[in-house]
Ligand binder design. Structure first.
Ligand code: MG
Length: 354
């Protein structure tokens, strides 16, 4: 009984402290004259054009393709972390919040976060556009406010089946965020293995790129490549020339992919393609299995040798080898090292020290 009373009092005390802190933060923001951009403070005019509110920005250098390299301001490469599929009800969407972005910046020193918006499957953008767009915007705006690069990823394996939705989505994203150096557009996560670069992926990409470039002349656009973003030489043989600042996605899982894929990447770079490893893992291509440490270290040396930027999959607590978090890890960040998986511990160290 006494213990119960004590708990109630502590709960009330915490609530009081929280409400006092909330008021103090609100007063501070008013005093600074800044308006944080939130879903409720954004608006659309009668013409459907979004009105961009003032967003508190911590600036970063522009992302620029120079030859076959992608530079991030004065950095030759960066290391980042990807969130899991954003789909409603899949679990990973719980980590799409500003607290997690802040923690990845402050505690992991991550250079980039990737917002992986699920498209076709249950709970994805096609069936639930508002909730998925809201999650992406939450992460993008937190990244901009913390001085982090952020990838807006159309996390699809069938993007050519609904190009109009992709065009509309990226039109809105570019109109809203095209003025921020932080934002990178990844317009097709992973085409499947039987999809033609020239006949299918490239025409899709050119349509989406045209929509982006109507509003944003310069931010980096990353295009996926056939066979789950492995056949980068296909893109190098028939590159996109309708605009500049284009890179091609190279994805791998060290438990499955090794020297053959690195050779493919070298051939593509030798033909002039700029590559960006927007997704990789230490385990099998299924996302599960044991960590392949030796092959992971060969890949990391490859990153260093070629100034390749890279983004690990995934900040999530699903029970599988490539998750960085153990089941039940807080959805607000603040993770102790014993809440990280074996992969999570390794990736935090890699990213922190890149
Ligand atoms: Mg721009």
């Amino acid at each position: 009984m006494r213990m119960a009373m004590f708990n109630i009092n502590v709960t009330r005390l915490i609530a009081l402290v929280k409400s006092t802190l909330g008021l103090a933060v609100a007063l501070l923001l008013c005093a600074c004259g800044n308006t944080l951009l939130t879903e409720s403070s954004s608006s659309e005019s009668s013409s459907g054009v979004e009105v961009r509110d003032l967003l508190v920005e911590k600036p970063v250098g522009a992302v620029k393709v120079e030859g076959t390299k992608v530079r991030f301001g004065d950095k030759a490469s960066i290391a980042g972390t990807s969130l899991f599929w954003s789909n409603d009800g899949w679990g990973g969407e719980r980590y799409y919040n500003a607290d997690v972005v802040a923690w990845l910046k402050q505690d992991w020193n991550t250079g980039l976060v990737r917002a992986s918006m699920g498209v076709e499957a249950e709970g994805g953008y096609i069936k639930s556009p508002a909730s998925n767009k809201h999650k992406i915007k939450t992460v993008v705006e937190a990244a901009i406010s913390h001085g982090l690069y952020v990838i807006i990823d159309w996390h699809s394996h069938h993007a050519e089946d609904h190009p109009s939705e992709a065009v509309d989505f990226f039109d809105k994203m570019a109109r809203r965020y095209g003025g921020y150096n932080h934002v990178i557009y990844e317009i097709y996560n992973e085409p499947l293995n039987n999809v033609s670069w020239t006949d299918t992926i490239k025409p899709y990409a050119e349509a989406v790129i045209a929509a982006i470039r109507r509003h944003d002349p310069d931010n980096l656009i990353v295009v996926g490549t056939p066979q789950w973003s492995q056949l980068v030489e296909d893109a190098a043989d028939d590159p996109i020339t309708s605009t500049t600042n284009i890179a091609y996605a190279l994805h791998f899982y060290a438990g499955t992919h090794g020297q053959d894929l690195r050779d493919e990447a070298i051939r593509a770079m030798n033909k002039g393609a700029a590559l960006f490893v927007t997704e990789w893992g230490m385990v099998n291509a299924s996302g599960d299995g044991d960590i392949a440490l030796e092959e992971t270290e060969r890949w990391i040396q490859f990153f260093r040798d070629h100034n390749l930027s890279h983004v690990n999959w995934a900040v999530n607590d699903k029970v599988e080898g490539t998750s960085a978090l153990k089941p039940g890890a807080s959805v607000e960040g603040g993770w102790a090292d014993d809440e990280l998986t074996e992969s999570g511990v390794y990736i935090k160290d890699l990213v922190s020290n890149w």
